[in-house]
Design a binder for this molecule. Structure first.
Ligand code: 7TS
Length: 412
């Protein structure tokens, strides 16, 4: 999809991110926690500031100039986000608070209207809690049955097992396009095609993929696709649910209140059209504007160029990390992996590793990364995770490796 308009120059790009100039103690910040949330470029910060400075008003209700400007800016954000994932229409993009809310929206509306006791939902063992718990709640309430596609020994989506599980005729297949722990990139297009052939609807958890890979919802033929602005250089507090128009039209509303209605009487209401039917109350207006600016910024860089840069970094990071004695990195080889390196070190707790690295200015995350069942499967309670984005460099990976040697020194 997006072709780079300028050559990928990480030095130049870094200048777009003011936070990268920060120091942590006396060390320069090395931010390796973009899988948790990404840093924000000036264009995003300024787009939101400008809205508050110049155009702040509520949307979809006033006739005054500011209200019209605010509405146009909010809807432009939707267009930019829709364009970024190549949705057929901007109306197929619903603004939510985050990936979590997007998945819950589907669980509350589509699933409650369409699933009954005994119906099967197919998930995978490597899902984030966001794509597990909403279905567990539904299973407890409705008697829906959950089944799980295993992760192979090579940390990949198990296609053979998937083929077998599809014989259960699931109504929904909901899976991650990129694991936030293993970095595993799943063959989403093939998974969706097979789901459709088996009569199922497919929901893609794209929280980690939309920020890092070219994602085209039409090419994928995804029915639903959920992602968050904050992981793709945009603000927190806003995310998106893409849905095919015919599905969205048939779905009951999510939350009730202002903006999601056409008319209201004391005992009844008529729902508004898609996407407003799913956006009750005053939304995150500045955030939608920032979300759009982030999508456009990424599109101008070009997702193929960004992906190539991250691939180089990931390959390099795996080589350098695997050199270190007593370290174990989890996940597939670089060909099937996004910019995530989760590891353990013999006899050293992940939180201690993260703490010592922080002393060197290096931000990584330690814990189960909201994927506890995956850690149970692998047989470890926690990992330390370094994750990369467009602004990271090989020098930063060298600093990470030096930091890890320091951890080893401290722990003898
Ligand atoms: N799905 C995946 C695959 C994720 O990685 C995350 C967040 C979510 C869903 C939820 O996104 P949210 O924006 O609704 O919170 N993952 C992480 C992480 O790996 N570290 O912090 C958040």
């Amino acid at each position: 999809m997006s072709q780079s308009k300028t050559p990928f120059d990480v030095g130049l790009l870094r200048a777009d991110f003011p936070i990268l100039d920060r120091e942590i103690g006396t060390a320069k910040l090395i931010y390796l926690d973009s899988a948790a949330t990404a840093q924000k470029p000036t264009v995003v910060i300024e787009a939101m500031n400008d809205f508050y400075r110049l155009s702040n008003a509520n949307i979809h209700r006033g006739v005054h100039t500011l209200a019209e400007e605010a509405t146009a800016m909010y809807e432009k954000g939707r267009e930019q986000v829709a364009n970024f994932i190549n949705a057929a229409s901007a109306r197929e993009v619903i603004f939510t608070r985050n990936t979590t809310e997007s998945i819950n929206l589907v669980a509350h509306t589509w699933a409650r209207a369409n699933l009954n006791a005994g119906d099967v939902i197919l998930l995978t063992e490597m899902e984030h809690h966001s794509n597990l718990v909403p279905w567990q709640i539904l299973a407890a309430e409705r008697g829906v049955r959950l089944e799980f596609v295993p992760v192979t020994e090579d940390y990949l989506f198990d296609m053979d097992a998937y083929g077998e599980l599809l014989k259960l005729e699931p109504k929904l297949v909901a899976f991650t396009q990129m694991s936030n722990v293993l970095g595993t990139i799943t063959p989403a297009k093939e998974i969706i095609k097979l789901a459709h052939d088996a009569g199922a609807i497919a929901l893609v958890d794209a929280a980690q993929s939309v920020p890092h890979l070219p994602v085209d919802v039409q090419a994928l033929d995804a029915d639903f696709l959920a992602f968050s602005a904050h992981k793709m250089l945009g603000p927190s507090g806003i995310g998106a649910l893409y849905g095919k128009m015919d599905l969205l039209k048939a779905m009951p509303p999510f939350l009730g209140g202002g903006d999601m209605i056409k008319t209201v009487h004391l005992r009844s209401f008529v729902a508004n059209q898609v996407p407003y039917k799913f956006e009750a109350g005053t939304p995150a207006i500045a955030e939608a504007i920032g979300f759009g600016a982030a999508a456009e910024y990424l599109q101008n860089i070009g997702m193929n160029a960004l992906m190539a840069h991250e691939h180089e970094l990931t390959k390099y990071a795996l080589e350098r990390l695997e050199e270190i004695p007593s370290i174990k990195v989890f996940g597939p080889s670089a060909e099937n992996k996004g910019g995530v390196a989760s590891f353990t070190m013999e006899g050293i707790h992940p939180h201690d590793i993260a703490q010592i690295l922080d002393g060197e200015g290096i931000a990584v995350r330690a814990g189960h990364h909201c994927a506890q069942p995956l850690h149970e499967k692998i047989g470890i309670p926690a990992t330390t995770r370094a994750s990369f984005y467009l602004y990271n460099t090989k020098e930063e990976i060298d600093a990470l490796v030096a930091g890890i040697y320091k951890v080893k020194e401290i722990f003898g």
